[in-house]
Design a protein around this ligand. Structure first.
Ligand SMILES: O=C(O)CCC(=O)C(=O)O
Length: 296
């Protein structure tokens, strides 16, 4: 009998070499339907006070609507974030024995939404170790027209770790001019429905604008190797919530074990309040508001 590990092995070789890979057929049509609706509802609830039109938003917000840690306040999204097949695939691509969730996020690129500026993820994360991976799940697949992702192959292993201020889009294209990658064009990856694209936390990546007439609906999960430690004081809810100290292992209820888990076992959402430093993001619906749980 072919196991998931057998099936993933060739993709793991590709992931190690390129820093990204697309694995087809990880989710069934019924799951995409069910989880797509669950994330739609969760995003609509988080953003119910935001009536701005696309043109009234900041350039960063024109790339996508971002709702982080939906697994906490949307119980119907939780089985997607901890989807056993996707979680196991991510761990096997990374080649580690256990992973934790860093966070999940919906990234909904509205019709007319601008490109996602090129960047690496890891420089935003205060973590020493770099065994990190994102699972990028487009509920309707992704295409050049609707905002598929592009990855600079090998950039995860090029010795590059650049903090791009993606809140200042005029600076963002600079990363593509870095000597380590300037001669390597991005590879654009269209994902068929049911497929999942994975990228390493150090891979330089971006996404095309959405020139279609419908929102590009994507849910992502970011995983890191269990045992990874906090690097510095850069503020991030995944370490601030439970006051993880510099040098300590990042292992609190806000970053639960993602793989391996017993079948059907889902983690309890964290009960600690989000630090006041993220109050603005909570108000915008980017983070869960502990006072407005959907299941209450
Ligand atoms: O979905 C997008 O447009 C960007 C995704 C991204 O940057 C990420 O998942 O790290």
């Amino acid at each position: 009998m072919t196991t998931l590990a057998d099936r993933i092995a060739p993709y793991a070789d590709q992931f190690r070499r390129d820093g990204f890979v697309m694995v087809p057929d990880l989710l069934g049509a019924d799951e995409l339907e069910r989880y797509g609706s669950a994330v739609d509802e969760a995003v609509a609830r988080r953003k119910r006070f935001d009536n701005r039109k696309l043109g009234e938003k900041t350039p960063y917000e024109q790339s996508f609507i971002q709702c982080i840690n939906l697994w906490e306040d949307a119980p119907a999204v939780r089985p997607l974030t901890f989807h056993p097949v996707v979680c196991e695939t991510a761990a096997r691509l990374l080649g580690v024995e256990a992973t934790r969730l860093w966070h999940d996020q919906a990234l909904y690129k509205e019709a007319g939404g601008r490109l996602t500026d090129p960047h690496q993820d890891q420089p935003y994360w205060p973590m020493v170790e770099t065994d990190t991976i994102t699972a990028w799940i487009p509920f309707d697949g992704s295409s050049f027209a609707t905002g598929c992702m592009g990855y600079v192959p090998g950039s995860h292993a090029a010795g590059l770790s650049v903090f791009v201020n993606i809140f200042r889009s005029e600076d963002a294209l600079e990363i593509l001019k870095m000597p380590e990658i300037k001669d390597t064009p991005p590879v654009w990856v269209e994902v068929p429905r049911g497929g999942v694209a994975f990228h390493h936390g150090l891979t330089v990546h971006m996404a095309k604008p959405n020139t279609g007439s419908r929102t590009r609906r994507v849910h992502t999960m970011i995983f890191f190797r269990d045992g990874s430690t906090r690097k510095n004081n850069f503020p991030h809810d995944s370490v601030e919530r439970y006051h993880i100290k510099i040098g300590a292992a990042i292992n609190s209820p806000v970053t639960p074990i993602a793989w391996p888990r017993a079948a059907g076992d889902l983690p309890e959402p964290p009960d600690a309040p989000i630090s006041d430093i993220f109050a603005k993001a909570v108000e915008l619906g980017s983070f869960p508001d502990k006072t407005k749980r959907s299941d209450l």
